[in-house]
Design a protein around this ligand. Structure first.
Ligand code: F6P
Length: 468
């Protein structure tokens, strides 16, 4: 394979104690296997604008990072990526803040990424751009003469055309996506939304194979559901270190059952609805009181963005009021933990929890659902309750699928999960685990890169035919 270049807003942390997180967990193993170059924001914020960047060598690959100044971070990351694109792509038009100035900064940071990256590239590099922060990057690379295979993968949902059109610059962003040889989405429904948006708002020709032709260039469009390194995660969950932590948790739990929820503290994750569903279950079934607890990890995220700070106060108030109402001297209904944990600590939590509660209001994929399955003890697996609005619900069909907006049915699902007989738990878990064994992050990476090689060859052939 030619050298692989991955570009993303954040580069992965190279420590083993990684916090929970979608993109870095999914791509780190791809990076370790494929070598090459990873390029992205250093995480450093400078006062004055400038192009400070550096390259470090790690085991078999290079890590090139770029600093951003405060104004760039505000416009590109906080305002446009996280207060405009993020809410619109998750269907939250009510809190989207479309601002022209922030869009300009988003564009100029993407241009600067291309300026710094281009001289680091070799002619035959395969370039794979990740996520919504970097939609225009492909266009800027092409304008600088980069000719190799160029792919883009969107980790978050792509909304229906009319929702997408709430963005002030929606036509430009769609056209930017059409500069890539391959655009990948988490689900076929997201890929369809994109095709429909392009058909409606741009002058593009749809191909019978789902591709889109703009002038001389063909963009392939497909679904590639992201996954985890299932075997490595399952092995880690059975390791001695994790088992020790799990034993400590079991001692602390006594004969109570645990329900766990693990996410970044984000308004798309349905955390308030989840706490209410748990309270509804306690309210309806007094026998559950004293016998189950919800351990909710809500890792701090994007705290410079006001909507995230508001969400945090809301959750603190809600968990406090539910504990105040139902708790007793020797029982806390909700353990609400607003901090990050290592993958090993989380694996131990998944392993001892009878129920994994994963109920986002909208989610591109949700790897926590997959991690919960991978971590289970085959002899005594827990039950996954999963939102129908997470991309992973397309694959993990043996989970108890719920509508997270429907608090009452989520409460019922909690009860059903707690009462589920061992034979049914095993049957459901086995099917999901079998699926994840073959549909892991390696299969995801290979499927995307194979499709990208093909798309780029087809695209060059079209260009040559037209030129001839
Ligand atoms: O899943 C989307 C995503 O933006 C990932 O790219 C990222 O790892 C995660 O959410 C955390 O977000 P942030 O990089 O804004 O902290």
């Amino acid at each position: 394979m030619e050298r692989l270049v991955i570009v993303s807003n954040r580069v992965p942390t190279l420590r083993s104690q990684d916090p929970a997180g979608g993109l870095s967990v999914a791509l780190k193993s791809a990076l370790e296997e494929s070598g090459g170059l990873w390029f992205g924001w250093s995480g450093k914020v400078t006062e004055a604008p400038g192009s400070d960047w550096r390259v470090n060598q790690h085991d078999g690959f290079s890590l090139a990072t770029l600093d951003l100044c405060r104004a760039e971070l505000r416009g590109y990351y906080e305002e446009f990526s996280n207060r405009t694109l993020w809410p619109v792509f998750h269907g939250r038009l009510d809190i989207c803040r479309p601002e022209r100035k922030a869009f300009d900064t988003y564009r100029s940071v993407n241009r600067r990424f291309a300026e710094v990256l281009t001289p680091l590239l070799k002619d035959d590099d395969t370039i794979w751009v990740q996520d919504y922060h970097l939609i225009p990057l492909g266009k800027h690379l092409r304008h600088r003469g980069v000719e190799g295979p160029l792919g883009f993968f969107l980790h978050i949902p792509f909304p229906p055309p009319q929702t997408f059109a709430a963005l002030p610059c929606y036509r430009e962003l769609l056209a930017d996506l059409c500069f890539y040889d391959l655009v990948g989405f988490q689900t076929e429904a997201c890929a369809e939304n994109f095709r429909h948006a392009v058909a409606e708002f741009l002058d593009a020709e749809p191909g019978a194979d789902g591709s889109l032709r703009m002038g001389d260039h063909v963009t392939q469009v497909d679904a590639f559901p992201v996954s985890l390194d299932t075997a490595a995660f399952a092995e880690m969950a059975q390791s001695e270190e994790v088992e020790e932590t799990a034993d400590q948790l079991r001692d602390f739990m006594g004969d109570r059952q645990w329900i766990c929820g693990v996410e970044r503290l984000d308004y798309t994750k349905g955390l308030a609805e989840r706490l209410r569903a748990f309270a509804t279950a306690l309210d309806r079934t007094p026998a559950l009181r004293g016998h189950i607890s919800l351990i909710q990890v809500a890792a701090p995220s994007r705290e410079s963005v006001p909507e995230y700070r508001e969400m945090r106060s809301q959750l603190e108030g809600l968990s406090g009021s539910i504990n105040g109402r139902f708790g007793s001297f020797d029982w806390t209904p909700i353990h609400y933990l607003n901090r990050t944990f290592s993958q090993k600590q989380l694996a131990a939590l998944y392993r001892v929890s009878r129920v994994g509660l994963v109920t986002p209001l909208r989610d591109g994929m949700n790897l926590v659902a997959k991690e919960y399955i991978a971590a289970q003890d085959p002899e005594d697996p827990g039950v996954l309750i999963l939102s129908r609005f997470a991309g992973s619900a397309q694959e993990l069909t043996e989970a108890l699928l719920v509508n997270p907006f429907d608090i009452s049915s989520t409460a019922e699902a909690i009860q059903d999960a707690l009462e589920m007989p061992l034979a049914e738990r095993r049957r459901r878990w086995r099917q999901m685990k079998l699926h994840l064994d073959t549909h892991d992050v390696h299969a995801w990476r290979n499927a995307f890169l194979d499709a990208l090689a093909e798309a780029s060859a087809d695209s060059s052939a079209v260009g040559e035919t037209r030129a001839a």
